[in-house]
Design a protein around this ligand. Sequence first.
Ligand code: 5AD
Length: 359
Amino acid sequence: MLQIQNCSREVTAISIVDKIETTQNISVEQLQQLLAGQENAYLKKRAAAAARRIYGRSIYIRGLIEFTNYCQNDCFYCGIRRSNQETERYRLTEDEILACCLEGYRLGYRTFVLQGGEDAYFTDDRVCRLISSIKKKFGDCAVTLSIGEKSRASYERYFSAGADRYLLRHETADMKHYQKLHPAEMSLSRRRECLYSLKELGFQVGAGFMVGSPGQTADTLFADLKFLRELQPHMVGIGPFIPQHATPFGREKAGSCEQTLTLLSIVRLLLPHALLPATTALGTLLPKGREAGILAGANVLMPNLSPRSVRRKYTLYDHKLYSGEESAQYTAALKRSIDAIGYEIVTDIGDFKPDINVG
Ligand code: 5AD
């Protein structure tokens, strides 16, 4: 009897996955069913196949430079929020950032992701100077910014200075949930406006969300998927929520890795061309999380290029990995582990691939 039940559950899962893949759409009921699934092997298989049809077995690497952990925002989930007195603050100088790029360049990185808190010290003038210096020295590289909400005029200046891409996770597309995760001065409408401006200005844009953040439900996740289908970002960052002890969510439960993988796969089927990183947060919670992410449809890794001395200070959440293969210095070891699952790390610029090779 149990066998028959299991078998019929599997058949339902297969038909749901096939439907999502062919329509590139999902209903809230289908989402609920997949989130309840234990392993979703067929979903992962289809998602990985979809990624392979577009990107082959290439895995793109981006060098992450966490250049400041000062932040004027106070997001309830984040360890570098301004109210966190325990965080030791730092910012890198332009020379230090350029040295990180040089080290990354030598290791084969051709994209640098400058990520930081919303730090008023980094005025538009300083950010633009930084972008131009990197572009001047490393002309064949892409510069990605991840420095939060700014005015459209600021984004325009960054783009003119040479920035190519911008990562700004939307965090949740449900208004009430957004208010639960953020202080009153922040709003989902502003976040959405930023993302649309960035896209209109010509940036390759990354959105995304955490899985298992406090207050998240199948309905809020459904809103996330709907929003992603509407925005059509080039990249989608999805990682589990992990509590940071000195934040208001310090005692909340971490998100589920299995659900993170399920959502990665669903997003691969809904937006087959998207660049999908297997995130550090996933690698932190799940042994071989990076590999599991790739086998569920991810195609990007973002090892850390920040100077070793500051790495432990960029504590978005507890136990964040910073010394193993997620550190860029271990790129050779990373290449071997990716090789072992039948994929290949490539060092070209790794652009988003629009409609090619589909089918
Ligand atoms: N757990 C997991 N991810 C987090 N981020 C911030 N805090 C946490 C946390 N506690 C993510 C946010 C942000 C990105 C830089 O890191 O989604 O956009």
